[in-house]
Ligand binder design. Structure first.
Ligand code: ATP
Ligand code: MG
Length: 329
């Protein structure tokens, strides 16, 4: 298993947790799992240096607060393992320009930013991500739906390398849970909740005061109907709230629809706000204990980086050899 999360804002959001991080926790014991805070990816858009450093620690603390256990997985910071950038270059040279230009996330983000403020790094970030995944010979990549296309391109490039040189890379599959793959923005249920694109009211930040998030659930955009039912086309807002409730409560959407029969949207929102508060309060407490001891946090990350490098450097050495680079004497 391999996956990563950007330290672009201090707090993760509920989509990050339900779509990705929760699976990381569930998968860490039965698998050889590598999880990282992807600071190299974060600088595809401008970052304040002081904040980036702080947000990297805050991200790692949230991963531990969510339940990652360094005894059961390898947790590290991407820039601590230089092989990512090194293999990234090789992958740049194996990926077609047109192939990269088809990435819909790049098209969306660059359209929003405009050509002059879009970096080449944003364009090639999915290719760095190919290197991230292949360095660890990952079989599966637990991510949200928005990353499916990036795992697909990873498969294509891995197969290309294996054919052109010799079998070298495991060809990875996306690991995406349908129910939580795409948590929508609370104010605009047509689009995914996003660190970079959501408005504050649409975004449930895990480190906000639970009261603030409760308010956001209560003012979530729904529709003019009154019956709580699941219909992604006609009722995207209500369906999103039902999916979040189901993920947090463990009840199926069918059970919830029956439970809310005869009740209005307000009842669903209130219950959801309570459920979220119940989950997020201990999460915040655990995260805070890791933040209160930055020396220990840095130690955990240093151990993780060393474990990651041991694997990554071997893969890179094999790749350099297969490509025909002259070994350093
Ligand atoms: P940005 O908008 O800047 O890309 P992000 O919100 O997508 O930020 P990332 O750090 O890029 O956050 O993604 C971390 C993980 O969270 C990825 O696996 C991604 O697929 C997943 N993810 C992000 N948003 C959602 C969402 N709304 N629903 C489910 N999973 C999500
Ligand atoms: Mg993203």
């Amino acid at each position: 298993m391999l996956s990563g999360i950007q330290p672009t804002s201090g707090s993760f959001h509920l989509g990050n947790y339900l779509g990705a991080v929760r699976q990381w926790v569930d998968l860490q014991e039965a698998n050889d799992a590598f999880y990282m805070v992807v600071d190299l990816h974060a600088i595809t858009v401008p970052q304040d240096p002081k904040l980036l450093r702080e947000n990297t620690r805050v991200s790692a603390a949230q991963l531990l607060g969510a339940g990652l256990d360094p005894e059961h997985c390898t947790l590290f910071v991407q820039s601590h393992v230089p092989e990512h950038a090194q293999l990234g270059w090789v992958m740049n040279c194996l990926t077609g320009f047109g192939e990269a230009a088809r990435m819909t996330q790049f098209k969306d983000k660059s359209a929003k930013q405009g050509a002059d403020s879009t970096t080449v790094g944003l364009f090639t970030y999915p290719i760095l991500q190919i290197a991230d995944i292949l360095l660890y010979q990952a079989d599966a990549v637990p991510v949200g739906e928005d990353q499916r296309q990036h795992v697909e391109i990873t498969r294509d490039v891995a197969e290309r390398f294996n054919t052109r040189y010799s079998p070298t890379f495991t060809v990875p599959k996306p690991y995406i849970l349908k129910e939580t793959a795409k948590i929508q923005d609370l104010q605009d249920p047509a689009v995914k909740m996003s660190k970079s694109a959501s408005s504050p009211k649409g975004l449930v930040s895990l480190l906000d005061e639970p009261k603030v998030s409760a308010k956001k659930f209560k003012s979530a955009v729904t529709d003019t109907g009154t019956v709580v039912s699941y219909d992604e086309e006609e009722k995207p807002g209500v369906s999103n709230l039902l999916r979040i409730h189901s993920a947090l409560s463990g009840q199926s959407v069918e059970q919830l629809v029956a439970h809310f029969e005869g009740k209005m949207y307000g009842a669903l929102k209130t219950e959801l706000a309570e459920l979220f508060t119940e989950w997020v309060t201990p999460f915040q407490e655990r995260t805070r204990t890791f933040l209160d001891d930055p020396a220990e946090l840095d130690r955990v990350l240093a151990v993780g980086a060393e474990k990651a490098r041991a694997v990554a450097s071997q893969t890179l050495e094999t790749v350099y050899d297969r490509i025909g680079f002259l070994p350093a004497a």
